[in-house]
Design a protein around this ligand. Structure first.
Ligand SMILES: NC(=O)c1ccc[n+]([C@@H]2O[C@H](COP(=O)([O-])OP(=O)(O)OC[C@H]3O[C@@H](n4cnc5c(N)ncnc54)[C@H](O)[C@@H]3O)[C@@H](O)[C@H]2O)c1
Length: 397
């Protein structure tokens, strides 16, 4: 790929649109507001806290990533979204029960102004869920066109110059690629014909891409992981990425597994129990939605001569607390990618996903450390800095 000669500076405000305003989305919005007001720190966000080493080690250049590449500032983010329930972001955050009342109050002024737009929803794709705040239309194409109108209206009303969309909606039922996903023409025909292989999340993705809006998929749904939408993304110069935010057990697995692999230790598998909370937990109570989410359950490790060992991790995580900074980083990096002229699948953002998207002829890279190296090297490449390979002189590189 040719390196962009320049990256357009972030002018004006950046609008963040989330289909789905539940636990993850509202924890993200509230968090940004709390950080802006100085009540909290953006812990877990690489864009806000991480540094990047540049050049030889003797140069001692390690700026903050947000000072090295022109990222939008938190002060300039505005928020919008869709949900099948009419609750404001404040109400939704309260019901999600992730944040303490004190934090909810500190973010209330902003959150209570964020009213969801009516959703493109079909219960056939999320069986355990139903709600009143939905669009009615004859065809899926009509629904998608209505989403495009929402996007334009939001842009006008919020004054945002640029937009990014991140799917934070419920996990849809498991789907495999279908012939109608093969190219944009077949996809659009299928939308007109209300074909069952077109899920609501795909309508949002189509609306975003054809409006020139970068799109990230935070759930394990197929969504943009199909040739039709990837081709459209390239054609409209839109960066896309997915899928399924890397939080919880998978985050730990992709930290531990590369360590075992590096030491050539054996792994029989992981045995894991996953206790799901929130509305997402209810949705995943349906076997079809859970199939989309199901995690591999493996076991013990073994060493020299095959001797068994065991590792136990008692990881009481808060999924939305881990997911919120991922949403923030994806928003800022996708916006950067767009201003740099990058389009199609952004594999350098694999770092944030459980099932990273990649070109069809490649296999996905899961190792968190390789993913981080790829992310940082992409940033160095964007700015014309030397890539860090750790291959140079032992004293300098
Ligand atoms: N750490 C995490 O929490 C985590 C990690 C990986 C993936 N995810 C995925 O992120 C998504 C959001 O998780 P959550 O915990 O916020 O769930 P949630 O149930 O709290 O929120 C999802 C919201 O999406 C809404 N929704 C469903 N279908 C919709 C549609 N078609 N249009 C608009 N809104 C719709 C629901 O009404 C709900 O309010 C889920 O798909 C989940 O699997 C979450």
């Amino acid at each position: 790929m040719r390196r962009p000669t320049s990256i357009a500076p972030p002018k004006g405000t950046l609008g963040v649109l989330t289909p789905g305003m539940g636990a993850v989305s509202t924890t993200f919005m509230a968090g940004v507001e709390l950080v802006r007001k100085g009540y909290a720190l953006p812990i877990g966000s690489v864009t806000q806290l991480a540094t990047i080493r540049l050049g030889q080690r003797t140069a001692r250049r390690s700026p903050l990533i947000r000072e090295f590449v022109p990222l939008e500032k938190l002060e300039n983010l505005v928020f919008g979204g869709w949900d099948i329930f009419p609750d404001t972001a404040y109400e939704a955050a309260r019901k999600a029960g992730v944040l303490e009342p004190q934090h909810l109050e500190q973010g209330k002024d902003l959150l209570s102004t964020i009213q969801p737009m009516t959703a493109a929803f079909d219960q056939a794709y999320v069986k355990k869920l139903d709600g009143p705040h939905v669009k009615k239309a004859k065809t899926k194409l009509d629904l998608a066109e209505a989403l495009k109108e929402d996007i334009q209206r939001f842009k006008k009303e919020s004054g945002a110059q640029r937009l990014v969309m991140v799917w934070c909606g419920s996990t849809e039922v498991f789907q495999t690629p279908h012939l109608v996903h093969a190219d944009p023409a077949r996809f659009e025909k299928a939308m007109k014909e209300n074909h069952p292989a077109i899920a609501p999340s795909m309508l949002y993705a189509w609306a975003a891409i054809t409006s020139g809006v970068p799109f990230a998929n935070g759930a394990p749904n197929l969504t943009v992981d199909i040739p039709a939408l990837q081709e459209l993304a390239r054609g409209h110069n839109v960066p896309i990425c997915g899928k399924d935010f890397k939080t919880g057990q998978t985050l730990l697995k992709t930290v531990l597994a590369p360590g075992f692999k590096a030491r050539m230790l054996g792994l029989h598998g992981w045995f894991s129990t996953n206790i799901l909370g929130n509305r997402d937990g209810e949705v995943l109570d349906d076997p079809d939605s859970f199939k989309t989410k199901e995690e591999s359950k493996l076991g013990d490790i073994f060493g020299w001569l095959g001797y068994p060992m065991q590792i136990k991790v008692d990881y009481l995580c808060r999924d939305s607390i881990l997911a919120a900074p991922i949403v923030l980083d994806l928003v800022l990096f996708l916006d950067l990618a767009k201003r740099a002229g990058l389009a199609g699948i952004q594999e350098w953002l694999s770092f944030y996903f459980k099932s990273p998207m990649c070109a069809p002829q490649l296999y996905p890279e899961h190792d968190l450390f390789i993913q981080l190296m790829k992310l940082k090297n992409t940033l160095r490449w964007l700015r014309g800095e030397d890539l860090i390979t750790h291959l140079g002189s032992e004293y300098y590189d």
